[in-house]
Design a protein around this ligand. Structure first.
Ligand code: HH2
Length: 277
């Protein structure tokens, strides 16, 4: 994907997660201090992450507390500003708020990663269109605190695919470039473990939409439930999800631990070249 500033992200790629929050479910509190956050972003880039995804609001299902917009800005902006001259990899800003996204883009972020697929804040769609940034459209129902309630589908793969297609079309109609859109089935957001597995099993149908697909399974509850909660169990559980995602045609895997997942991606890509399916 060619970004507005000319930088190119080669797919499939690893997106490294940087949660500048006190309460994210797996790394909350660890990178709240800007220097530590900056060091971690640089370490993830050195480990092979091609995108650094920075978020200042936790979306963990267990009653994630809504964060004031000022707090979200105070968390992410100093980090993005400090990374401006240090980081080569593009930054995506993980937010549902146009004020935060706009400020992050001004500081040099190149992609908006919006778990509400630009629906939460009406100013998000025009912002994305006007700035020419990349956009991640993720499927979710409800909001961060109540999405579990909406985990009901007749055919989760078809419904998620149709939603993503509709949101991508709406974004294009509003002026977002088709070539800057990434879609994401939103594993764990208004989905139970079975829904997540069905989405993984049907991922190639979502890839068939023709947009790069992002898969974010890292350390999520369904991986814990199936692979086990120990450090090794989670890592290898995630590795399996990411390898299968790449085999199915995913373009971006969103991970907390880029080092091992870059190795997983390289192996999956090498095999995919010889796929007969
Ligand atoms: N998952 C989380 C947050 N943002 N964005 C996209 N596009 N896809 C995802 O699957 C996704 C996301 C939740 O994970 P994490 O960032 O680790 O935790 P928290 O939201 O608690 O900060």
């Amino acid at each position: 994907m060619r970004l507005k500033d000319g930088r190119v992200i080669r797919f499939p790629a690893v997106m490294g997660i940087l949660n500048v929050t006190p309460d994210s479910f797996s790394d909350g509190g660890r990178y709240l201090e800007p220097d530590r956050a900056v060091d971690h972003a640089l370490a993830m880039e050195a480990a092979g992450a091609a995108i650094i995804d920075i978020g200042g609001e936790s979306t963990r299902p267990a009653g994630a507390a809504a964060v004031a917009v000022e707090v979200e800005l105070e968390r992410v902006l100093p980090v993005i500003e400090a990374l401006r001259t240090k980081l080569k990899a593009p930054i995506s800003i993980d937010t549902r708020r146009a004020v935060v996204a706009g400020a992050a883009l001004d500081e040099g972020a190149a992609i908006i990663n919006d778990i509400s697929a630009l629906r939460h804040d009406r100013a998000m769609l025009p912002l994305a269109a006007q700035t020419g940034c990349g956009v991640v459209l993720m499927h979710m129902r409800g909001g961060p605190t109540d999405h579990a309630r909406y985990a009901r589908y007749r055919d989760v793969v078809a419904e998620v695919r149709d939603f993503l297609e509709g949101q991508a079309r709406a974004a294009v109609a509003a002026g977002v470039r088709r070539t800057r859109i990434i879609v994401d089935p939103g594993l764990g957001f208004a989905k139970n473990a079975r829904h997540n597995l069905e989405l993984m099993g049907g991922l190639s149908e979502i890839c068939a939409l023709g947009y790069p697909v992002l898969v974010g399974a890292s350390r999520k509850r369904f991986v814990r439930a199936i692979a086990g909660g120990g450090e090794g169990d989670l890592l290898f559980g995630n590795a399996a999800v990411n390898a299968l995602a790449v085999a199915a045609g995913a373009s971006i895997i969103r991970v907390h631990d880029p080092g091992p997942m870059v190795a997983v991606l390289k192996m999956a890509v090498a095999i995919a070249k010889y796929s007969r399916g």
